[in-house]
Write a protein that binds this ligand. Structure first.
Ligand SMILES: *[C@@H]1O[C@H](CO)[C@@H](O)[C@H](O)[C@H]1NC(C)=O
Ligand SMILES: *[C@@H]1O[C@H](CO)[C@@H](O)[C@H](O)[C@H]1NC(C)=O
Ligand SMILES: *[C@@H]1O[C@H](CO)[C@@H](O)[C@H](O)[C@H]1NC(C)=O
Ligand SMILES: *[C@@H]1O[C@H](CO)[C@@H](O)[C@H](O)[C@H]1NC(C)=O
Ligand SMILES: *[C@@H]1O[C@H](CO)[C@@H](O)[C@H](O)[C@H]1NC(C)=O
Ligand SMILES: *[C@@H]1O[C@H](CO)[C@@H](O)[C@H](O)[C@H]1NC(C)=O
Ligand SMILES: *[C@@H]1O[C@H](CO)[C@@H](O)[C@H](O)[C@H]1NC(C)=O
Ligand SMILES: *[C@@H]1O[C@H](CO)[C@@H](O)[C@H](O)[C@H]1NC(C)=O
Ligand SMILES: *[C@@H]1O[C@H](CO)[C@@H](O)[C@H](O)[C@H]1NC(C)=O
Ligand SMILES: *[C@@H]1O[C@H](CO)[C@@H](O)[C@H](O)[C@H]1NC(C)=O
Length: 391
């Protein structure tokens, strides 16, 4: 027998998803360099189509992208590995660019800032960026030069989000290979992940003043943390690794912000019998309800297909199970970064750089698999890297 509440849930959920919310949702697409354009894509949640909504010419080749707290500014690293002659870009020094976003989602360049420090010229190019969502909204970038140094660079911003100046740099020697990070939901701490040292560095971010707190070494066999995300309860960190190809989850101390490693669980992101050295995990993201966790890996060589995996979480953010691990249709190139939409748990975007496209995947009703429902070719040599949903 159905309870009244059960019937209400059955009736209202599809109504919300299919009718009340029927809309087009915009996302910006990060890149791996030239040509100097930014793509805006649009997902129609009724027709289930993905289209190119805007192709904006910009002064600098784009990279990994992130929003500020109210999505009125987009920050982009400049990831051009020498294929583009773009005038203003000095590739020996990490560069960050900012774009203001108007109410319709149009981009206007609003700043370009080179990291400044005694040895910034050994930092290589920016590979990851995220803005603090708490005042004064400083922006954190990771830069990487595999032959010498990595940097964690902090840049201050004006009230309108435009980049102002390099406020701090943290230099890492060539035993490090920084490649990603994430904020604690309180915005009091930022975690920077080091693939080669198998470490997480915790920094406090007090009113724009960033301080190193401690490092945490991941336990064997979890190896090579690349990207991470923290549950909104602030007590569970999820990460994916480049070397061992795991999804790992463990506790954070809510008082100190430090990862404790307690309650650690980990799952393989490799298909049966696959060799870890041929894959490197790319991304981990929560669904909007925080009850599902998406993760992905990619092949290190073209033709070696990547995978998408889904995990079910309980109310506390504990991983209950790995629902599936299914192949993507390409290696993903340097991309395959899953990007759940904001309005539903049922859809994710998946960008690819081997061929150059963005796809939409839909989760099956019983959460047992996902299928491609829309595909947009964007094969220009530099697209695509990450996708960030604006609406
Ligand atoms: C975007 O614009 C550029 C420059 O105008 C053009 O060369 C390119 O073909 C466009 N890309 C797409 C996917 O339409
Ligand atoms: C943002 O604010 C700064 C400082 O007031 C100003 O110099 C800059 O022109 C502004 N940028 C935009 C895009 O409005
Ligand atoms: C690039 O940056 C380096 C290090 O700051 C500097 O020495 C060099 O002059 C810059 N080159 C250009 C073309 O701006
Ligand atoms: C790391 O730096 C040291 C000191 O500069 C150098 O001797 C070594 O060759 C570097 N290693 C790599 C892998 O670049
Ligand atoms: C850093 O690595 C780059 C190549 O990626 C090389 O050109 C540069 O000389 C290196 N700098 C130092 C200080 O070792
Ligand atoms: C944050 O720093 C700014 C200047 O850097 C200062 O004016 C402000 O009072 C500080 N706020 C707090 C809460 O400490
Ligand atoms: C990690 O922390 C330990 C303990 O404080 C310290 O001895 C070590 O130098 C740190 N390692 C790095 C790479 O920061
Ligand atoms: C997924 O890819 C693996 C190779 O990594 C292959 O062995 C397996 O057959 C593929 N599965 C499907 C359903 O295509
Ligand atoms: C990768 O996926 C494509 C599309 O599903 C398939 O045609 C191809 O055989 C797969 N490659 C491997 C090595 O599994
Ligand atoms: C599928 O996931 C949703 C969360 O989006 C959850 O509400 C639902 O119970 C799950 N269904 C099954 C069969 O596990």
């Amino acid at each position: 027998m159905f309870s009244l509440r059960g019937i209400a849930a059955l009736l209202s959920l599809p109504l919300v998803a299919n009718f009340v919310n029927a809309a087009k949702h915009k996302a910006f697409v990060g890149r791996e360099g030239a040509p100097d354009v930014f793509y805006t894509v649009e997902f129609d949640d009724e027709a289930l189509t993905l289209e190119l909504a805007a192709n904006t010419s910009v002064p600098t080749p784009g990279g990994f992208v992130a929003f500020n707290f109210d999505k009125t500014t987009l920050y982009s690293t400049v990831q051009d590995y020498g294929t583009n002659g773009a005038g203003s870009t000095n590739l020996s020094v990490p560069v960050l660019t900012s774009y203001s976003i108007d109410a319709d989602g149009n981009l206007t360049p609003s700043g370009e800032l080179y990291a400044t420090s005694d040895n910034a010229d050994t930092f290589g190019s920016g590979v990851w960026v995220a803005a603090n969502f708490a005042p004064p909204y400083e922006v954190h970038m990771i830069s990487l030069n595999k032959d010498n140094k990595s940097g964690h660079i902090v840049m201050s911003v004006d009230a309108n989000g435009s980049l102002k100046e390099t406020s701090q740099t943290f230099v890492f020697g060539n035993t490090s290979y920084l490649h990603g990070g994430t904020f604690h939901p309180t915005m009091k701490w930022v975690y920077i992940l080091d693939v080669d040292q198998n470490m997480i560095f915790t920094y406090s971010t007090n009113n724009g003043s960033v301080e190193y707190v401690a490092n945490f070494t991941l336990p064997y066999p979890v190896d090579g943390p690349r990207h991470a995300i923290v549950h909104p309860n602030g007590q569970k960190l999820y990460l994916v690794t480049e070397n061992s190809n795991h999804l790992a989850a463990f506790n954070i101390d809510l008082e100190t912000g430090l990862p404790t490693g307690e309650g650690m669980v980990y799952y393989s992101m490799l298909q049966e019998g696959e060799d870890a050295s041929l894959f490197w995990c790319s991304e981990v993201m929560l669904s909007p309800s925080n009850s599902l966790l998406w993760a992905a890996n990619r092949g290190r060589v073209d033709g070696r297909n990547g995978s998408i995996s889904l995990f079910t979480l309980d109310d506390e953010g504990e991983v209950e199970k790995q629902n599936f691990l299914i192949n993507t249709t390409t290696s993903g190139g340097l991309a395959n970064l899953v990007a759940p939409v904001l309005f539903s748990d049922r859809y994710i975007a998946l960008p690819d750089l081997e061929v150059g496209f963005v796809e939409m995947w839909e989760l099956a009703e019983d959460n047992s698999t996902a299928t491609i429902i829309a595909h947009l070719d964007l094969a220009d040599g530099g697209c695509c890297e990450n996708v960030i949903w604006w609406s």
